[in-house]
Ligand binder design. Structure first.
Ligand code: FE
Ligand code: ZN
Length: 253
């Protein structure tokens, strides 16, 4: 058995620790110090590092962690992420012994070309592609790829817990409300999120069900959302056109 704990890092990152009572694997360690402090406080040894993508706020702690723990680093090999020891591709299985867990690997391009997600029953670690009530920026590849990646994640079972890499939910909800002011589930989520943040609690993990109900980037076929975007100049109401207009609007919201 294992637990999953958020380790807050940098401005608004979460490094997710998957741990039993002796070992921990960490996802996207953008910093080493908070990981080392977490391990020390709980008496754990680091057993593996998983990377979703090569942005510095996700890999910046790896070199220091590996000076202390000579552990494998899983992810997609790239000149900008020289730490990877085990290159992963779509369809690969990643079996960890300690903690005991097995992941499937899927490609979710659209934030970066080589962004991957780690899937296990009831959970997904999706880095910077799907966020609470939002999605990542399109730095590489096309918005069609980002849309497709989000759709793939949205097709996971409703109860799947979604471990995003940033605490962006509150800001994303302000945009979601502008898209869809009449969605009562959105109103509820805003109240719940304010409560959590007032108590300095993470709003994550979220679930696929909650994202489908409140994340505008997964709701591009809804008439209220299409109407809002039409008021901002949208003419083509095809799903990808709506998604594209929404992502562009969010960039300057
Ligand atoms: Fe990123
Ligand atoms: Zn990031």
């Amino acid at each position: 058995m294992f637990n999953i704990s958020p380790i807050p890092a940098l401005q608004d990152n979460y490094i997710w620790a998957i741990h039993d009572d002796r070992h921990a694997a960490v996802v996207d360690p953008g910093e080493s110090a908070p990981v080392l402090a977490f391990l020390k406080a709980r008496g754990l040894q680091l057993s593996a590092i998983l990377c979703t993508h090569r942005h510095h706020d996700h890999i910046g702690g790896i070199a220091k962690l590996r000076e202390v723990y000579n552990v494998p680093v899983y992810g997609r090999r790239h000149p900008n992420n020289p730490h990877i020891t085990d290159d992963l591709q779509e369809g690969d299985r990643l079996k960890l012994d300690t903690p005991h867990i097995e992941f499937g690997v899927i490609d979710i391009p659209g934030h970066l070309d080589d962004h991957i997600a780690y899937l296990a029953p009831g959970m997904v670690f999706c880095g910077d592609v799907l966020f609470g009530a939002g999605c990542g920026r399109n730095f590489e590849g096309t918005l069609a790829q980002l849309h497709h990646s989000l759709q793939r994640l949205a097709q996971l079972p409703d109860a799947t817990r979604v471990y995003c890499a940033h605490e962006y939910t509150a800001a994303n909800l302000r945009f979601a409300l502008a898209c869809e002011p009449g969605n009562p589930e959105l109103q509820q989520r805003i109240a719940a999120t304010q409560q959590l943040r007032a108590n300095n609690q993470p709003t994550l993990p979220t679930t696929i069900a909650l994202e489908k109900a409140t994340n505008p980037f997964l709701r591009c076929t809804l008439s209220e959302i299409i109407r809002t975007l039409q008021q901002h100049g949208l003419t083509d109401t095809a799903e990808l056109a709506v998604f594209t207009a929404m992502r562009q609007w969010k960039n300057h919201f």
